[in-house]
Ligand binder design. Structure first.
Ligand SMILES: [Ca+2]
Length: 310
């Protein structure tokens, strides 16, 4: 029990968030201390409700707390075109009877860190608003964060604009605070998640797992695949689960230390994560940026994760 890695997952479910939570839920290497939610793929109310539904459906009993309902400075941008009006593309998951914690996400984070003998790993897989506000509010607890393993950013390309990835685009000011925080960061951005493809026949395999979670995750991946048809792949990219996989098994990704700056003002490049390559620019790297993944091991881990449910 004690050698499990204690984590807090900060999310905005979201289809791939749902898969990430379920991938983490039964894993023997990690101990989920809390799930916190932040506005992103959908409004805070919807993503919070989705987190509760997914966790209850999976029988994952952990504290859930709601965080911020909008980015630090900008208006909220949601992604209904990918995740649907409810944020889960109409997934047939019953309403939850679980209640969220009555304290705010960043206060729950603080409580957990204060009470823990061990450092906690943060896994943010939505916009970084909660994490940045936590760092602002509780700077004295920064040293109790083991590492921030995040899904976000892209050194090359984007999915919200041609240069920005969604999570960073939504709240670039928050990302800027996190990347300047000096907390160790592993960045799983599009550079690696666009290599984390689950192909159609693998989705079929997940769907045929003999439990309700395999079926749900298989259908979720099929729904995500519809969005990726125009990317020319038969299957889907899986973004958020890469951050989970990276904590479960760090050797699954290949990273490079880079100084990453967040573009806050660009007319065309707002929210870009600028990687400073080269001897002249790459001073004091602030993130280990993932560029490659052992795709087959990743998919295998995903399949095994879903088989652990009954
Ligand atoms: Ca997400």
């Amino acid at each position: 029990m004690t050698d499990k890695i204690p984590v807090i997952i900060d999310c905005d479910p979201g289809l791939d968030d749902a898969v990430a939570l379920l991938m983490a839920g039964r894993n023997e290497n990690i101990d989920i201390k809390a799930v916190t939610v932040v506005a992103g793929n959908q409004t805070l109310e919807k993503v919070g409700n989705n987190a509760l539904r997914i966790l209850e459906y999976g029988g994952i009993h952990v504290p859930v707390s709601f965080g911020f309902e909008k980015p630090m400075v900008r208006k909220l941008n949601i992604a209904a075109e990918v995740h649907g009006e409810d944020g889960l593309y109409g997934a047939k998951i019953p309403k939850s009877t679980m209640k969220p914690s009555d304290i705010h996400a960043i206060d729950l984070m603080a409580k957990i860190l204060k009470e823990s003998d061990r450092k906690i790993t943060f896994i943010p897989i939505g916009p970084l608003t909660n994490i940045a506000m936590f760092l602002r509010r509780y700077p004295e607890l920064k040293d109790k964060i083991e590492r921030i393993v995040l899904m976000g950013g892209a050194i090359n390309g984007g999915n919200m604009t041609s240069s920005a990835e969604f999570n960073i685009y939504v709240d670039p000011e928050a990302a800027d605070i996190v990347f300047r925080s000096k907390v160790p960061i592993t960045m799983c951005g599009l550079d690696v998640t666009h290599k984390a493809i689950v192909f159609k026949e693998e989705i079929e395999k997940i769907k045929s797992i003999d439990n309700k979670i395999g079926k749900l995750v298989g259908e979720t991946l099929e729904n995500l695949s519809k969005y990726h048809v125009e990317d020319g792949i038969e299957g889907c990219y899986l973004h958020d689960p890469v951050a989970i996989a990276c904590v479960i098994n760090p050797s699954i990704v290949k990273t490079m230390p880079l100084k990453v700056d967040i573009e806050l003002q660009g007319k065309y490049t707002r929210g870009a994560t600028v990687g400073n390559f080269g001897r002249r620019f790459n001073h004091n790297p602030n993130a280990d940026v993932a560029f490659d993944i052992d795709r087959e091991s990743f998919v295998q881990e995903l399949i095994e994760s879903m088989k652990r449910y009954r």
